[in-house]
Design a protein around this ligand. Structure first.
Ligand code: 13P
Length: 252
């Protein structure tokens, strides 16, 4: 399976000039890396101003589930498509936490995005206290059951769904989950997803690890059998470090 490295810029950088510079420098460097898929997810205003390159595709950080109408502030799947966006992150823990996104809302977003031909990067993961109480698997199972409800992926390609395992306590903390444990959680995610949609499809979906990854630690995740890439936050804002990550992924 080709590795997939996704840069989630979150609410950065502060200007379109900087966004253009970052995007162009990554897209240019990525031309050298033919064995890795690269997706960059800038904030909405920049997303509309950037054009995807063959070496760096565009992803959104969120999407709304309705097609159009009176939904102030929201962005539809078709609007994303018309801005040449091909991927969308759904259910990031920061949206669950700060914006009150529920699994029910996330499910509607997943269904709407897939229906419109966007590739979905669904984020799941446990909090530190859930981990400490030994609830990681139960939390992942519950999130997947709700987030993927009513999904008929059997008719879709496995490439349409990507799941990112992002333990919340590892995001932006500099304390990543170990590659071994991330692999274990991903194995569980694949099994649980198989039960919800179809084992055949789940076998071939890509699972990413996210949480304090950088060019110094990414190798350990990419060699894990259940992992096909990474969802990168902070390090994706540093063109040099992110390019190094792509270089490493390209070798595997
Ligand atoms: P960091 O890489 O900054 O920990 O963020 C991970 C993340 O949330 C990506 O979506």
């Amino acid at each position: 399976v080709r590795k997939l490295i996704v840069g989630n810029w979150k609410m950065n950088p502060n200007s379109l000039v900087e966004a253009r510079r970052l995007f162009n420098s990554v897209a240019k460097a990525a031309k050298r890396f033919q064995n890795v898929d690269v997706v960059l997810c800038p904030p909405f205003p920049y997303l509309a101003a950037l054009r995807p390159a063959p070496s760096a595709l565009l992803g959104a950080q969120d999407v709304f589930w309705e097609e159009k109408g009176a939904f102030t502030g929201e962005i539809s799947p078709r609007m994303l498509k018309s801005s040449e966006v091909s991927y969308v992150i759904i259910g990031h823990s920061e949206r669950r936490r700060h914006l009150g996104e529920t699994d029910e809302m996330i499910n509607k977003k997943v269904l709407a995005a897939l229906k419109n031909g966007l590739r979905v990067i669904l984020c799941v993961g446990e909090t530190l206290s859930e981990k400490r109480r030994g609830q990681t698997k139960a939390v992942l199972r519950r999130q997947l059951q709700h987030d993927l409800a009513s999904l008929r992926l059997a008719a879709l390609k496995p490439s349409a769904l990507i799941i990112a395992y992002e333990p919340i306590w590892a995001i932006g903390t500099g304390v990543p989950e170990t590659p071994f444990s991330a692999n274990e959680a991903s194995r569980f995610i694949r099994k649980a997803t198989g039960r919800i949609i179809s084992p055949k499809v789940a076998k071939n979906i890509r699972i990413l690890y996210g949480g304090s990854t950088n060019s110094r630690n990414i190798f350990g995740y990419l060699i894990m059998p259940e992992l096909s890439g990474a969802l990168v936050g902070g390090a994706s804002l540093d063109a040099k470090d992110f390019t190094r990550m792509l270089e490493i992924a390209n070798l595997l």
